[in-house]
Design a protein around this ligand. Structure first.
Ligand code: 6PG
Length: 246
């Protein structure tokens, strides 16, 4: 049974997502272990990050237990306006007590996207692993583009078929750029994957992702199927407005 939670608007959706983040970290803290979280860029989750940097979340999240990673990144320096790291830094990191040693951005200052992906692939070995050797994130936050992409897993792109590496440089023809991204095995071995989808512009693709035949090459968000974790969709009414009946 798909877990879809529909909210009136992006603000309510973001508040719910902030609670998921806080509760995930609290559960890890209660279990005496660190909380491994991977965050996406784009515009949708920005409000979530801003909320986490303000009361009550700022003061209630056990920041000392958090290890923060990125789901994907653009091939730009961390100071670039296009950088997902910069967006999270400005919305969240500048206002919460997360030590730099617990912040793990893609190393885009390296010589090439391939070098950055290879370095990140190695860094992801620090994340606690599943029995079959994959990083086990406690929470992965995903957005979805209006073409059905998620992370930087774009339709028809090579990374969709990656089964060995944890992170890759993925050539995205329509953007004429290589994007850095976690791969499906990492995303699908997470304990909890949460999509944040907002706005009427996503309604058509959300309906396709949820009801069209399974075809992750065309609709990469369909390829997010946690092996033994849970998948939650946090959507607003505008994005959910075109849903066919199951
Ligand atoms: C990125 C994101 C990307 C994003 C989708 C949706 O680097 O842009 O990680 O996968 O989640 O493009 O973006 P919006 O939330 O801006 O619609």
């Amino acid at each position: 049974m798909r877990d879809v939670q529909v909210f009136a608007n992006l603000e309510e959706l973001s508040r719910a997502a902030a609670d998921v983040f806080q509760n995930t970290v609290a559960r890890c803290a209660d279990e005496g272990r660190r909380a491994y979280v991977a965050v996406s860029g784009g515009s949708t989750p920005k409000r979530l990050y801003e909320l986490l940097a303000t009361p009550p979340w700022r003061d209630h999240v056990h920041w000392s237990c958090v290890e923060l990673y990125w789901v994907d990144e653009r091939p730009v320096l961390p100071t670039d306006p296009q950088s997902n790291y910069r967006m999270v830094e400005e919305a969240l990191l500048n206002d919460v007590p997360l030590p730099p040693t617990s912040v793990h951005p893609f190393p885009t200052e390296l010589a090439s996207p391939t070098a950055a992906a290879e370095a990140y692939d190695l860094e992801l070995k620090e994340v606690p692993r599943t029995e079959d050797g994959w990083p086990r994130f406690d929470l992965i936050l995903l957005g979805m583009g209006d073409d059905g992409h998620t992370a930087s897993l774009f339709p028809q792109s090579p990374a969709l078929s990656e089964t060995e590496r944890r992170a890759v440089a993925n050539p995205v023809a329509k953007l004429d750029v290589e994007r850095l991204t976690l791969t499906y095995p990492v995303i699908n071995h997470a304990a909890h994957v949460v999509f944040l989808v907002s706005g009427a512009g996503k309604a058509e693709v959300l309906n396709e992702v949820m009801h069209a035949p399974y075809d992750p090459t065309a609709l990469p968000a369909q390829g997010v199927r946690p092996v033994d974790g849970t998948l939650t969709w946090l959507v607003d009414e505008a994005a959910y407005s075109l849903q066919d009946d199951d």
